[in-house]
Design a protein around this ligand. Structure first.
Ligand code: PMP
Length: 352
């Protein structure tokens, strides 16, 4: 930590433009390219602002018009910009759509909201004139994932992959843009990875601020301003670990085994169940609930479960505050033993 690569400095002390930092960012990028099989006609950007900033950057770079945002007429996209298609699969997908609607004409073409987001809806084909088509590949809060990547033809498919990046193989060439906050499967919070096909760079009109432009960040190789150097270094270490493990196919098998065990337990449990429809179950986020007719009894049981689990060393099991219940987030870093320990505890809790 205090002496990176024999330089006598921590990454935190280095100038991001120094000869010492250059190989660090280059190593992180080339490992990500190798592990994800990113084609040569895609740029990899290391940005800040989280996945949440991409909710705005995507429309600002692909769909807004020439006039500044302030000049738009009521109900019009910014500067008379294009329309964009969104599929609503829960909180993050909805946030992405609402943010984009500040800048462009957003059309939500399908939603699983009427099914409490326990599945992913059928994806309709894009419409002529769509600037892009946005999906959230893995829905962190409700624990669903897309079973198939939709074919959007010539309309660029854009996906938030914050909570599933590197969890299983993904054909990058099916997408125009992929983006992810680092904090789940990549490294510490503070770095956002954007993977963007080159032909989608350079479409932001002049009024879009420099820091929100893909052309600026790509043109400066993520060094327009000081990048999140330490996060990029840490991501490099995580990617090295993943490569040594055998890469994405190997971690995917481990993830399938971990998730498979927990889902199988939930299928057979008399007390707990998964609310998510089978074809759409996430490998990373597994929500579960207690069976009880009386809602008060159910909440009491679930609260007691979360409290007793924490006392037994199994932490962070409360469901997201918006949906309640429980949720086991079993990202790449969670070992199989963690899932086995959870199942043992659930069995013990059920016995009472
Ligand atoms: N999208 C998804 C799918 C997420 O899971 C999250 C964070 N949990 C976000 C977006 C928001 O990411 P960030 O905090 O990096 O802005």
């Amino acid at each position: 930590m205090c002496d990176t690569n024999g330089t006598g400095q921590s990454v935190m002390e280095m100038s991001h433009r120094s000869k010492d930092f250059k190989p660090i960012i280059e190593k992180t990028e080339s490992l990500l390219r190798e592990l994800m099989g990113i084609p040569a006609n895609y740029k990899v950007l290391f940005l800040q602002g989280g996945a949440s900033l991409q909710f705005a950057m995507v429309p600002l770079n692909l769909a807004v018009g020439e006039k500044a945002a302030g000049e738009k007429a009521a109900g019009e996209g910014a500067g008379g910009g294009k329309k964009a298609a969104y599929i609503d699969t829960g909180v993050w997908a909805d946030k992405a759509a609402k943010e984009a609607a500040k800048f462009t004409g957003v059309e939500v073409r399908a939603s699983s909201g009427d099914k409490a987001y326990t599945c992913v809806p059928d994806a309709p084909s894009p419409e002529p004139g769509d600037a892009y088509y946005h999906i959230t590949l893995n829905n962190t809060i409700v624990g669903t994932k897309w079973a198939h990547i939709p074919d959007t033809g010539n309309v660029p498919l854009v996906s938030d992959i914050s909570s599933c990046i590197l969890s299983e193989p993904l054909d990058v060439s099916k997408f125009g843009i992929l983006y992810a906050g680092a904090q789940k499967n990549l490294g510490p919070a503070g770095t956002t990875v954007v993977i963007i096909r080159e032909d989608l760079i350079g479409h932001a009109p002049a009024w879009v601020p420099a820091m929100l432009r893909y052309d600026i960040h790509a043109g400066e190789a993520s060094m327009y301003n000081t990048p999140p150097c330490y996060g990029i270094y840490m991501i490099g270490l995580v990617l090295e670990w993943l490569k040594n493990l055998g890469g994405v196919p190997v971690i995917a098998k481990m993830n399938q085994e971990k998730a498979g065990l927990l889902y199988q337990y939930l299928e057979n449990s008399k007390l707990f169940y998964s609310p998510v429809e089978k074809p759409f179950r996430s490998l990373m986020n597994i929500p579960f609930a207690a069976r009880a007719e009386d809602p008060e009894k159910r909440t009491e049981l679930e609260n007691r479960f979360v409290k007793e689990a924490a006392a037994a060393g199994l932490v962070n099991l409360a469901g997201h505050r918006l949906v309640g219940g429980m949720r086991a987030s079993i990202y790449n870093a969670m070992p199989l033993e963690g899932v086995q320990a959870l199942i043992r505890f659930m069995e013990q809790f059920q016995r009472g």
